[in-house]
Ligand binder design. Sequence first.
Ligand code: HSE
Length: 437
Amino acid sequence: MKPVKVGLLGLGTVGGGTFNVLRRNAGEIARRAGRGIEISHAAAREYDPAGLPGIETVTVSDDAFAVVDDPEIDIVVELIGGYEPARELVLKAIANGKHVVTANKALIATHGNEIFAAAQRQGVMVAFEAAVAGGIPIIKALREGLSANRIRWIAGIINGTGNFILTEMRDKGRDFADVLAEAQRLGYAEADPTFDVEGIDAAHKLAILGSLAFGIPLQFDKVYTEGISHVTREDVGYAEELGYRIKHLGITRRSGAGVELRVHPTLIPERRLIANVDGVMNAVLVNADAVGPTLYYGAGAGSEPTASAGGAALVDVARTLTADPENRVPHLAFQPDSLSDLEILPMEAVETAYYLRLCARDQPGVMAEITRILGDAGISIEAILQKEPQQGEQAVTVILLTRAVREGQMNSAIQNIEALDAIDGEVTRIRVEHLAS
Ligand code: HSE
């Protein structure tokens, strides 16, 4: 059979890795796909030919539209990232009847509904395995491997840069900015690294996971998003004393009232496997009714791990090029006419346990006032840790762990605690998840 012709948009960290992996493993890939997969046309503003052996056999220009308009090309692989011109290029490729493979989580999370509808009309596929959790085949697992289950919840470490930063801060006491610069050098971080540290990248990926798990349209704008930039070494240390690790988690859960979509730093018991996922590694824990918990672990960012997922998506598309569009795996796991309109819950309605850190004056009765406010709000305390004041200091640090409570109730309790004369500054709050099956 004739090889499939691929047009590659981008020859940077992920594009270059994809080119090298497809070339190095061409024989194995052809044996799996049933035909060769050949990159014949690429577009890149700049690239380093020395790191891309064989690139001289490919037509390379800086014109991405020439690639999507090339009649020889069967599949366009979009690896330039960002919203525009990626969206325009992908829609043009689809309009030209080409299948698309993309690693672009921002694009899928924000424009996926429009892109999948266009692909559906044209009878082409848009494969996006590399968009979530780098090299971990989590989209394959959710769309196919778990398709007989009712999924209850997913909790994942889905930003490699953020996990790398938290790990280095905890293990080596390194500085936030210094670790971030290293993540950028290693090609893990986004072009705009605030996407990593403020949780936007994780929110893009979580929006995709939520849709695949529950069969709902993509709703990135409804994801509650909090980053790691305010996590202090102090909190990391107190969490450890209490037997927890702080991880930046994306969580999506179906409850009677709707679906939770939230990204925030989270205390997890240190005995959980996912609490021990360190460095740039990602892990996604899926809890489903028939299988129970399953955990998927692997490199969440980087050139070849992401190329591994992109290459697998290419093989999937190549295998099904001749299949009737009705018999392909649906983009969002559920048939497009069976998507549900389950409500996305506002954060105030989400129930979770909390870690609270506050600074209280060292005087009688303060602790009683704090516990009275929590008790009046129906919030049960699980653990209290109070540190002796340092010599000459008038204030003590108090750490509280609470049972699960509605976020709205906790918000008003925190407001009342902060209003006490004996409390200095704001109460630090980090959510706690036990992730028990
Ligand atoms: N910036 C992303 C991360 C790259 O660090 O996880 C992979 O999506």
